[in-house]
Write a protein that binds this ligand. Structure first.
Ligand code: ATP
Ligand code: SF4
Ligand code: MG
Length: 342
């Protein structure tokens, strides 16, 4: 089966304006000719060499702590921002080469849809629920006939359990859960091949989260599209995803089938995440506690493991050499000096 999405060595680096000697290329060029001083303009490595695939109909979970680069990564995949380097192939086409400013005119714009982190902020306050759901149908599918538009909007509202009477309401007249449904309806209305969900429930109350997650499971079964599901909540990822990738400071540190990641995690960071799940049955029921703060994503040392200093298993070697990618099984790897093949 050929992959729907193929991401290869994808990077997003931010040159930090005003924090180095200068971001002006001319001044940097003159300095490089006139002095022997190195250019120390700091660079933040938000996403740093990420590679993975998503197959048709597959759901992939992306987990990792705040600031590890999840939203930056999905922003590039949905072509809302440009990469620094690497490639993003969707259905065989290198969409990473299309500048984000003109991507709206590409046919793939319809096929990749994203549901953002906060439903309260991502709805236009001047649009009713109907307008919000109808907007991509008009813009991307070219549907202008009022009757057809109404039928399509009502059908998708039913799919996400949004009562018809709420279609005439504005966002401030909706609850958090209702707003989340409008957001999901907007994304699935155009029948995308890939639905990206960036922490779709994190801004909702716990009880509402459970209802929305049930809806997402239902949609996954009904619609058969591919999912990229970003979440802090590992239980949710286990419920929804076939495979999981774990990110730490801009890089993937472990990737594998969801069940294997949850029962036999191979990377110390994944072990810590899983052991923190209440009633977790892995790692001998021992809670692996992390101490200290993550390292800075600015100019990370290429010759050290980024988890060193926080890792309970870290040794001197980890501070002197970047860890290798170790195949645990044929479709499961971990990036650690001490990971072992099964
Ligand atoms: N425009 C920007 N300029 C400079 N740095 C940025 C920019 N956008 C994001 N970053 C940095 O990139 C890193 C990754 O941020 P990102 O929002 O992708 O994290 P995240 O994993 O989505 O976190 P969260 O779970 O909190 O949503 C962070 O260190 C962040 O400060
Ligand atoms: S390479 Fe070393 S510091 Fe990094 S995760 Fe493995 S044991 Fe921990
Ligand atoms: Mg984010």
């Amino acid at each position: 089966m050929s992959a729907l999405l193929e991401v290869d060595d994808l990077k997003k680096h931010y040159v930090l304006a005003g924090q180095g000697p200068s971001d002006n290329p001319l001044i940097r060029w003159v300095r490089s000719r006139m002095t022997s001083a190195e250019d120390h303009t700091p660079i933040l490595h938000a996403v740093d060499g990420v590679s993975f695939e998503i197959n048709p109909g597959e759901s992939l979970g992306l987990v990792g702590e705040s600031g590890c680069g999840k939203s930056t990564l999905v922003g590039m995949l949905a072509r809302l921002s440009d990469k620094s380097s690497g490639s993003i192939r969707f259905a065989g086409k290198d969409i990473g080469e299309v500048p984000s400013k003109v991507f709206h005119a590409e046919p793939e714009r319809t096929d990749i849809q994203i549901v953002f982190q906060d439903p309260h902020e991502s709805l236009n306050p001047r649009f009713t629920s109907f307008d919000t759901i109808a907007e991509p149908l008009k813009r991307l599918k070219g549907i202008t006939d009022k009757k057809e538009l109404t039928e399509r909007v009502e059908a998708v509202a039913a799919q996400v359990d949004l009562p018809k009477m709420l279609l005439s309401r504005f966002p401030h007249q909706l609850s958090g859960g209702q707003k989340a449904r409008v957001n999901i309806a907007r994304a699935v209305a155009v029948e995308p091949k890939l639905l990206i969900l960036d922490e779709p429930t994190s801004a909702l109350d716990v009880s509402v989260q459970a209802v929305i997650l049930k809806l997402l499971v239902q949609l996954k079964n009904d619609l058969g599209m591919s999912y990229l599901f970003v979440s802090h909540d590992l239980n949710v990822v286990r419920l929804l995803c076939d495979r999981v990738i774990v990110m730490y400071l801009g890089q993937i540190v472990e990737s594998g089938p969801a069940e294997e990641i949850f029962t036999k995690p191979a990377h110390p960071y994944t072990k810590a995440l899983i052991s923190a799940i209440p009633n977790s049955a892995v790692v001998g029921n021992q809670r692996v506690r992390l101490t200290g703060d993550p390292k800075s994503p600015i100019d990370p040392d290429p010759n050290a493991c980024r988890f060193h200093g926080r890792c309970p298993m870290g040794e001197d070697k980890c501070a002197r050499a970047a860890p290798p990618k170790v195949d645990v099984t044929s479709d499961h790897y971990a990036v650690c000096h001490f990971a072992q093949s099964a």
